[in-house]
Design a protein around this ligand. Structure first.
Ligand SMILES: Cc1cc2nc3c(=O)[nH]c(=O)nc-3n(C[C@H](O)[C@H](O)[C@H](O)COP(=O)(O)O)c2cc1C
Length: 234
């Protein structure tokens, strides 16, 4: 792989707000989703789900919950990226069950049977997380310690980081396949939850409209602040 081909994909991805009526073939979307699953993710616990909407009916419902944004209204397919805050336990077991080598390294077993519970168990009303926060604050006076996640909101941040990386993989993969996308956080989360029939621990991180860019699909020239504003050397 060359940096030039990668650069081309990154530089040419834009948030496209209007798409043509050309379809995105399902096998291309599925390929992008397979690549999304290769995104780095916290402890490899893969707290993500992806819901695709191709039918006019499904897209109409989601578009309405996205405040009728053109990026949803004109999309050939809509992908909803969902984070899960409660699947880490079952996924820890699944990782051990499906471990790719015959002998699972001892540290791995230890990590997925003990460490993850210590890190992510919050308990009812996050009471265990609260106790952990106090304990960590005390130990933290003497040595570096994890400073979260200590409650359900922080678990959401934990899952959202991972899901955002997957979302980027989807958008770059779509571009590499010759299609365009627009990430959206402009949506009514409660309505999306209802449409997708999400369980209580699930939440919508991002909604991606995808398709082929229409001639008037990009609203503004690309604009970023200069590197010096954001990049610092210690
Ligand atoms: C988390 C997130 C949420 C966004 N939400 C919306 C949105 O609801 N509607 C929209 O039109 N664009 C949305 N965008 C797109 C940004 O406006 C866009 O990325 C930014 O203006 C830079 O433009 P570019 O992506 O073309 O480089 C979102 C982007 C991100 C990363």
């Amino acid at each position: 792989m060359s940096i030039e081909s990668f650069r081309k994909i990154v530089e040419n991805r834009r948030s496209v707000r209007r798409f043509t009526n050309e379809e995105v073939p399902k096998d291309i979307v599925n390929d992008c989703l397979r690549l999304a699953l290769l995104a780095p993710n916290s402890s490899n616990l893969q707290p993500w789900e992806f819901y695709t909407a191709y039918s006019e009916e499904a897209k109409k419902q989601i578009t309405k919950a996205c405040f009728n944004q053109n990026a949803a209204k004109t999309a050939a397919v809509i992908i909803v990226v969902v984070g899960r805050t409660n699947t880490w336990k079952q996924n820890s077991q699944k990782l051990l069950n499906e471990w790719p080598t015959e002998n699972i390294p001892r540290q791995v077993v230890e990590y997925y049977t003990k460490t993850v519970s210590l890190l992510y168990t919050q308990g009812p009303a996050s009471i265990l997380g609260f106790c952990r926060r106090i304990l960590m604050s005390l130990i933290g006076l003497f040595r570096p310690v994890p400073r979260g996640p200590f409650n359900k909101t922080e678990m959401r941040t934990w899952a959202a980081k991972t899901c955002a990386l997957a979302a980027e993989n989807i958008m770059l993969s779509l571009k590499a396949h010759g299609f365009d996308s627009c990430p959206m956080e402009g949506f009514d989360e409660k309505r999306i939850r209802k449409i997708l029939n999400l369980p209580a621990d699930a939440f919508t991180v991002m909604i991606i409209g995808a398709g082929k860019k229409a001639d008037d699909g990009i609203y503004y020239p690309r604009m970023r602040f200069s590197v010096e504003n954001h990049v610092f050397e210690l």
